[in-house]
Write a protein that binds this ligand. Structure first.
Ligand code: SAH
Length: 474
């Protein structure tokens, strides 16, 4: 971060603005809206000041700013759009130790002005530190459409209950939960739909419930959430909501930083990463950890790569939870085969190529290939192999030994959907060599079947650009 974002209380305090044009009027308006007393130094106030003219907290001084003006002043804005005048304001402010901002002149700024979305009392401010003002504008426009005007009133509505809730729910964790349920649930929906008295009645009921529950043991919960193959855009809304709600997140190696960054900032993070042969924490201990955390009353986010029920051992984890009486919910995610297929331009089924698609793991229970070959060798079928990269040699040899055509097209998608995605295409015979030459690091998915020939046709422009490092087809 280049700047420290803060919200500064200027109520009843003096703010200096120099300049009489549009920019100066905007600065003055903002400071007035935040309750400041504003002294504007300008020979003449132009039309933009007309709407502010009646405000008794605004004083116009038709002259240059003086050192004496800085007495009691807490902020100064230079907006004369004249370098010499702005510099003078800057120097005076510095001498008086008053933080100063000069419009469009970074070297004269102690602080910069964010783009603001005002849904008072809810205020959203955005800054790119000056790097991309247009991006900030686009983002602000998007937020504008996301937050209905009543959103601000919702904050006001919640604010009226704040003290009562504070008194009746003394435990901080319970209080946060209560607010999450109210502001992200039917009470808020009712309020936003315009039924304020209904929302108020429901709010009171919800508070009674929360107080009664608080007398009992805290009830934790586990969210078994599929985070998809890596691109955060592939998360589901529900996954994101629960990620924002968790007290603690238990995650493994497949979860990249870009996804982890979306988990609630102050949630505790526990890494239980698993490498194929080097299990950091045995599965049984992970399940027990989830039970223990939930028993402490926490909302536990068990974040898994892809889909939790596809080679994710999610089934085993919830079996333990169920037998221990811990409540849980499961959120599906985009599995690696779907994500990789889409981002590599390899359809898993296609009328001309494959009517069946089968997902298998190349990593058997004891590390050996233990596959049902008769099923795998069926014609017009796509085989997606998870956890197969380290066994790629043995895997292709076995396929060929059991009667598959050595020229059968096959592909490896490495780091599918993520930065640095690589797609290596070849045949059962050539894939091992090409994979070695490409220096893949995993996670990687192997796709076997004639659908792979569609990759070149379908790896359209964008995908090709993403795969700058792609190894061309044989
Ligand atoms: N539950 C996960 C699979 C976990 S097993 C899912 O549904 O996707 C781990 C294997 O998934 C890896 O060895 C690899 O084969 C595959 N995988 C996961 N993420 C991947 C990615 N981004 N690109 C390619 N393969 C991936």
């Amino acid at each position: 971060m280049d700047h420290l974002p803060i919200y500064f209380d200027v109520k009843g305090r003096k703010v200096i603005v120099t300049g009489g044009g549009t920019l100066a009027a905007r600065r003055a308006d903002l400071a007035l809206r935040a309750g400041a007393r504003v002294a504007v130094f300008a020979q003449r106030l132009e039309d933009d000041f007309r709407d502010l003219a009646g405000n008794e907290r605004l004083t116009h001084i038709a002259g240059e700013v003086t050192p004496a003006a800085f007495e009691d002043c807490v902020l100064a804005y230079g907006a004369t759009e004249d370098e010499a005048s702005d510099k003078k304001l800057h120097d005076l402010a510095k001498r008086a130790r008053v933080p100063v901002n000069v419009a469009d002149t970074v070297k004269f700024c102690d602080f910069i002005m964010p783009a603001i979305l005002d849904r008072s009392p809810l205020v959203i401010s955005i800054s790119s530190g000056g790097a991309a003002p247009i991006l900030v504008r686009i983002l602000r426009a998007r937020l504008e459409t996301m937050f209905p005007a009543r959103f601000g009133q919702l904050a006001g509505f919640a604010g009226r209950f704040r003290e009562t809730v504070m008194k009746r729910l003394s435990d901080g964790v319970r209080r946060r939960r209560f607010w999450e349920e109210v502001l992200d649930g039917p009470v808020a929906d009712m309020f936003l739909a315009g039924d304020e008295s209904g929302a108020q009645a429901d709010m009171e009921l919800a508070l009674d419930d929360a107080v009664n529950q608080a007398r009992h043991e805290p009830a934790g919960e586990v969210y078994l959430v599929g985070a998809g193959p890596g691109d955060p855009d592939l998360l589901t809304f529900r996954a994101l909501r629960l990620m924002q709600r968790a007290d603690v997140v238990v995650y493994d190696r497949l979860i990249g930083d870009r996804i982890l960054n979306l988990v609630r900032r102050d949630a505790e993070r526990i890494y239980v990463g698993k490498l194929p042969r080097d299990h950091t924490l045995p599965q049984e201990e992970i399940s027990q950890l989830l039970v223990r955390l939930a028993r402490e009353g926490k909302r536990v986010l068990r974040l898994k790569g892809g889909d939790p029920f596809i080679f994710g051992r999610g089934g085993e984890e919830i079996e333990t939870l169920a037998s221990e009486g811990i409540s849980f919910q499961v959120v599906p995610g985009i599995t690696a085969a779907s994500g990789c297929a889409a981002y590599a331009g390899i359809p898993l089924t296609h009328r001309d190529h494959a009517q069946t698609c089968i997902f298998v793991t190349g990593h058997g229970k004891d590390g050996m290939l233990d596959l049902d070959w008769a099923t795998l060798l069926q014609p017009r079928q796509t085989v997606a192999v998870y956890m197969g990269l380290s066994q790629i040699g043995a895997l292709s040899e076995e396929f060929i030994a059991r009667g598959a055509d050595p020229a059968m097209p096959a592909a490896i998608i490495d780091k599918g959907t993520r930065d640095g995605q690589k797609v290596v295409t070849g045949t059962l015979e050539t894939l091992r060599r090409k994979a070695a030459a490409a220096g893949l690091s995993g996670p990687a998915l192997i796709v076997i079947g004639t659908v792979v020939t569609l990759h070149d046709k379908l790896a359209w422009f964008n995908a090709k650009r993403r795969e700058k490092t792609a190894v061309p087809a044989a």
